[in-house]
Design a protein around this ligand. Structure first.
Ligand SMILES: NC(=O)c1ccc[n+]([C@@H]2O[C@H](COP(=O)([O-])OP(=O)(O)OC[C@H]3O[C@@H](n4cnc5c(N)ncnc54)[C@H](O)[C@@H]3O)[C@@H](O)[C@H]2O)c1
Length: 245
């Protein structure tokens, strides 16, 4: 119970990796706010079954006023914010020659601007309490690139650069900022891949299998815990060995 009485926010916590992260943090003792465009009530109910408190807020993370309103509600409920997990993300794949400007903008808005808006909104309370953890869910695609994912790769590489800059800004104030770069994880997002695409991807993964949402959640839990107090500005790959530096 290393996170007993901590307050965590998980964006995109209604399903997939975000839901696994929310439940894993709750198992470690945290109370959790789910901020998602979809209803997060199901995740919140599971958190309450674990004996923690939860708040499901319907928030579009690309909208500054909605983000600020959500952070205000979380502070009124619990009086503090200890952990922010910027997990919400989308894909709008297409080869660059044919990529619509709207698909570029949508991906950059959710994956990168959303993390900026949420980080900015929680920073003041975190700095005031001289303690905080910001964990950004990037992707191996931000490190390797991927044909058809120019917008997504740019957003995830941007998230890594953003995290390093913020880590340097707040390091002396007890706030750490790190990224996790998942590889291929079994979720609705990867369900869209054909069997042939999955097979060709798996041929590149040394472990030879797709990851589970909880593999990512376990790394988040570690980075959120006091054990990781001396780790900041890093990207942890959770990818079955796909990327080795
Ligand atoms: N699944 C993978 O293999 C994989 C690999 C690498 C990185 N990732 C990253 O992990 C994160 C979670 O991925 P997932 O597979 O669970 O995806 P998912 O599509 O299953 O879930 C994403 C969640 O984000 C929410 N969301 C989308 N736009 C939003 C917005 N504007 N405001 C608030 N919430 C919004 C969705 O409603 C959804 O609940 C994403 O950032 C993704 O890029 C996933």
């Amino acid at each position: 119970m290393r996170l007993a009485n901590k307050v965590a926010i998980v964006t995109g916590g209604a399903r997939g990796i975000g839901k696994a992260i929310a439940l894993n943090l709750a198992e470690a003792g945290a109370n959790v706010a789910i901020c998602d465009v979809q209803s997060g009530e199901d995740t919140a109910a599971c958190i309450e079954e674990l004996g923690r408190t939860a708040l499901a807020l319907q928030v579009d993370i690309t909208d500054k006023s909605q983000v600020e309103e959500a952070v205000g509600q979380i502070l009124s409920k619990w009086g503090k914010i200890d952990i922010l997990v910027n997990n919400a993300g989308i894909t709008r794949d297409g080869l660059l020659m044919r990529m619509k400007e709207s698909d570029w903008d949508a991906v950059l808005d959710v994956n990168l601007k959303g993390a900026f808006l949420f980080s900015q909104a929680v920073l003041r309370p975190m700095l005031r309490q001289r303690n905080g953890r910001i964990i950004n869910i990037a992707s191996v695609v931000g490190l390797m690139g991927n044909p058809g994912q120019g917008n997504y790769a740019a957003s995830k590489a941007g998230l890594i650069g953003f995290s390093k800059s913020l880590a340097r800004e707040v390091a002396t104030r007890g706030v750490t900022v790190n990224c996790i770069a998942p590889g291929f994880i079994v979720t609705d997002m990867t369900d869209a891949l054909t069997e042939a695409q999955k097979k060709s991807l798996m041929d590149q993964v040394p472990v030879g299998d797709m990851g589970q949402p909880n593999d990512v959640a376990a790394a988040v839990r570690f980075l959120a815990s006091p054990c990781a107090r001396y780790i900041t500005g890093q990207t942890v790959n959770v990818d079955g060995g796909l990327v080795m530096d």
